[in-house]
Design a protein around this ligand. Structure first.
Ligand SMILES: Nc1nc2c(ncn2[C@@H]2O[C@H](COP(=O)(O)OP(=O)(O)OP(=O)(O)O)[C@@H](O)[C@H]2O)c(=O)[nH]1
Ligand SMILES: [Mg+2]
Ligand SMILES: [Zn+2]
Length: 430
């Protein structure tokens, strides 16, 4: 039984003025958060069914933890609207939502796994920013993908790509069902990372203002197709509150681009035969953002749009020059790196020309949606990882050969655009 007092001690760390639930996107003051009972007999919640009861506490321990109706000290919080669990960091850090969208099979899940793996390395090492799982439970699936690709116990085996990372399903285990009485709603589970400056950072003394909770979502491509955004299935509504949009455009799903890449050379192994009209995804995203953010029907979104051209290993020869290095450099004076935005933006101009030549309607759809657009090439796997299995004749991926290319750059660039104090850009004059 816990020792109880009626109100908690003041916290040693400040809370945000408004929490944003990463499940249902409700905004509420931190003191409205519910607590999750811990006593084994306090089971049953009107919204979630047979889980520990959610409650608004009146008794707290001296350390500020709520005490449930059976006297057990509680540690976990929940959203007052959807009742789903909230990691404590959501109360302490401003959220930063980034949306990843793209057609089925465009490479979103592979990109997310490669990007987070690379960010874990370069953010602390090069930019003096810690990047950590804010809720290891919530990030479990993504962690297992990273493990399959980068820490695989049998790295020399050739794996079916869907064994390493399965196609993202449209319903089931990776979504949470909430019962609002009259209707049930399915929410997408967020992946949560805390971002904080570390002592070597140029603005380490401003660490509080630059710390963020990065919230990312991995939807199934089908969720971005017209007609799939409903009140019962609002799984893409993060689009409207995202600080930047990452649209994965897969050139290998466009016949004209694919034909240009294949001209005079053998087809890249492992590229499947599906073709998609990908600009429809962008047009639908634009309609959803305008609807949910309350914008006029032809208004441009004021957030950066990053068009991530995926599977660069399969079409890199269409770019005129080599892009071998990572686009950031260490400052000899400060010891931390700055992002080479000039280089990223020069590459973007070349990619835009390439897209305009092969699929101009995608450029037009991007320009109708956003005022600031950057095109960035990414390969989540690198040029050697995908090979044909000689026994089955099917494509496979050998983890030992995975070498992502620019996988972290879209997120680093998005962070630079929305939070320049956190990720500095290289200044040529300086
Ligand atoms: N060559 C190459 N293939 C890739 C790359 N990234 C992903 N792929 C292939 O593309 C397929 C689809 O990738 P996913 O990440 O599952 O695609 P998705 O966008 O998440 O698809 P949905 O979950 O259906 O929406 C994978 O099975 C990989 O074989 C890449 O960088 N290069
Ligand atoms: Mg997926
Ligand atoms: Zn909620």
């Amino acid at each position: 039984m816990a020792t109880s007092i009626s109100s908690p001690e003041p916290r040693a760390f400040p809370l945000v003025s408004r929490v944003v639930c990463p499940h249902c996107w409700e905004r509420f003051p931190p003191e409205d958060s519910l607590w999750i009972a811990e006593h084994a007999e306090l089971i049953g919640d009107p919204r979630l069914g047979a889980v520990h009861t959610r409650f608004l506490p009146s008794l707290f321990t001296p350390a500020g933890n709520a005490i449930d109706a059976r006297g057990e000290t509680c540690h976990d919080l929940a959203c007052p609207r959807c009742h789903l669990g909230l990691t404590r960091g959501m109360l302490e850090l401003e959220p930063l939502f980034l949306s990843i969208l793209g057609s089925p099979g465009s490479g979103k899940s592979y990109f997310l796994a490669s990007a987070t793996w690379k960010l874990r390395e370069c953010l602390p090492h090069d930019f003096a920013v810690s990047f950590q799982d804010a809720d290891p439970g919530a990030n479990e699936l993504l962690n297992s993908w990273e493990q399959n690709l980068f820490l695989n116990p049998q790295p020399d085996r050739l794996y079916n790509p869907q064994v390493l990372i399965d196609k993202t399903v449209l319903e089931g285990g990776i979504y949470d069902q909430v019962d609002y009485g009259q209707h049930a709603v399915q929410y997408a589970r967020p992946y949560l990372f805390s971002l904080r400056t570390t002592p070597g950072h140029l603005r380490a003394n401003k660490s509080d203002t630059l710390a963020r909770m990065l919230c990312l979502y991995d939807n199934a491509g089908e969720h971005f197709q017209p007609g799939t955004d409903t009140a019962a299935n609002p799984v893409t509504r993060h689009l409207a509150i995202s600080r930047a949009l990452l649209f994965l455009f897969d050139p290998t799903q466009d016949r004209r681009f694919r034909d240009a890449a294949a001209r005079g050379r053998p087809p890249a192994p492992g590229i499947d035969s599906r073709l998609n009209r990908q600009e429809t995804i962008l047009n639908e995203a634009a309609a959803r953002i305008r609807r949910h953010a309350g914008l006029a029907h032809n208004a441009r979104h004021d957030r950066p749009l990053i068009v991530v051209l995926s599977k660069f290993d399969a079409w890199s020869h269409l770019l005129d020059h080599d892009l071998d290095e990572t686009p950031w450099k260490r400052s000899p004076t400060s010891g931390v790196c700055g992002l080479d935005c000039d280089r990223i933006e020069a590459t973007s101009r070349e990619l835009k020309k390439l897209l305009q030549a092969h699929c101009p309607e995608t450029v037009a759809a991007a320009e109708a949606l956003a005022g600031e657009i950057t095109y960035i090439p990414v390969s989540s796997l690198g040029p050697r990882a995908t090979q044909i299995d000689l026994e089955s004749g099917k494509p496979g991926i050998r983890p030992a050969d995975i070498q992502p290319f620019w996988a972290s750059v879209p997120v680093l660039y998005a962070l630079q655009r929305v939070l320049p104090g956190l990720i500095p850009r290289i200044s040529r004059r300086a």
